[in-house]
Write a protein that binds this ligand. Structure first.
Ligand code: ADE
Ligand code: ZN
Length: 337
């Protein structure tokens, strides 16, 4: 029998919660800074990594938005995404639904088209080179206004057929889902799927708003739902997918210790939990590292890990036939493992 890390890496899986800007490794940050003549406030890769110590979401976001300043051209976005795909090909990722934050870039004068054309080019190459399919989730920054989100949706107009979903990210506390109900309704009218970060730092009430006022198809994080038994029952009954990110939760102090992570409780309560990396360059691991960290800390067995991988396909925005094909491949892997 293979050891646990090899079993996890071999498990076919989808990644559903990945911010492409959060996959910017310090080495690439330096290379892009040099290529674009951008000054960065660090002297070395080690210094950058040493700065990645956070006690809340906002500590991370400040550094993450500053890091994104090196991304200027379509080639930069392409190189960023190519590096992500090459890395997760080794983690058994066969499908990725990738979030990007257009406002982080358009606010610096980088056109929407530059960002998305670079990403789309990498996505085509990932399919050809690694056999990884992918989709884009365009996130609105919730610390900005509703009007700004509407402007972003308008800027995306020519590319809407290439965008699977809209999402909601950035500073959660003080920016409840209700603020974006109208722009989410408009995105739904345009045929887009809907996701939102909720219950990472925010209370269960924000999760209820994401369900009731935004009508999300999937919840990002959702950890604090566990404080509300009625909400847990509803999420379980409706088969709502939660994109859980264990190493992110540890680095951002959503949990104090991985030994306290609720991933096994989520499965036990019948929630459709998945495991994802969120911002792997900042949180110390890609998706397989997240499976392994959760498994070691919470004693997940191979059946639990297979259930997480199964949930990643069931919770994806892939068409039913593609989901069925991935589940068959997963079953074949498990039968042979
Ligand atoms: N943007 C990137 N990562 C995020 C996270 N974990 N929460 C909110 N916004 C984010
Ligand atoms: Zn996230």
């Amino acid at each position: 029998m293979t050891d646990l890390p090899a079993f996890i890496r071999g498990l076919p899986k989808a990644e559903l919660h990945l911010h492409i800007e959060g996959s910017l490794e310090p080495e690439l940050m330096f290379a892009l800074a040099a290529r674009n003549g951008v000054a960065i406030p660090y002297g070395s890769v080690e210094e950058v990594r040493a700065a990645y110590s956070f006690s809340r979401l906002q500590d991370f976001l400040d550094i993450y938005y500053a890091g994104a300043d090196v991304l200027r051209t379509a080639a930069d976005f392409r190189d960023l995404a190519l590096a992500y795909f090459a890395r997760v090909a080794a983690d058994g990722v066969v499908h990725a639904e990738i979030m990007f934050d257009p406002q982080t870039h358009t606010a610096r004068g980088v056109p929407f088209g530059t960002v998305i054309e670079g990403l789309l080019s990498a996505m085509a190459e990932a399919e050809a080179k690694h056999g990884i399919s992918s989709a884009l989730i365009m996130c609105f920054l919730r610390h900005l206004s509703e009007e700004d989100a509407f402007a972003t949706l308008r800027a995306a107009e020519p590319w809407l057929p290439r965008i699977a979903a809209v999402g909601l990210d950035s500073s959660e506390l003080g920016h409840p889902p209700a603020k974006f109900a109208r722009v989410f309704a408009e995105a739904r009218r345009r045929g887009l799927r809907l996701v939102a970060h909720a219950g990472e730092e925010g209370p269960p009430e924000y999760v209820r708003e994401a369900l009731d006022l935004l009508g999300v198809d999937r919840l990002d994080h959702g950890n604090r739902s566990l404080e509300d038994p009625g909400l847990v029952a509803r999420l379980a009954r409706t088969g709502m997918t939660l994109t859980v990110c264990p190493l992110s939760n540890l680095k951002l102090c959503v949990v104090d210790d991985m030994a306290d992570h609720p991933i096994d409780r989520m499965l036990r309560e019948g929630l459709r939990a998945t495991v994802n990396s969120d911002d792997p360059a900042y949180f110390g691991g890609y998706v397989a590292d997240n499976y392994l960290a959760a498994a070691e800390a919470r004693g997940l067995d191979r059946r639990d890990l297979a259930a997480l991988a199964r949930n990643s396909f069931l919770g994806s925005f892939l068409p039913d036939e593609a989901v069925a094909a991935h589940l068959a491949r997963l079953d074949a892997y498990l039968a042979a493992a």
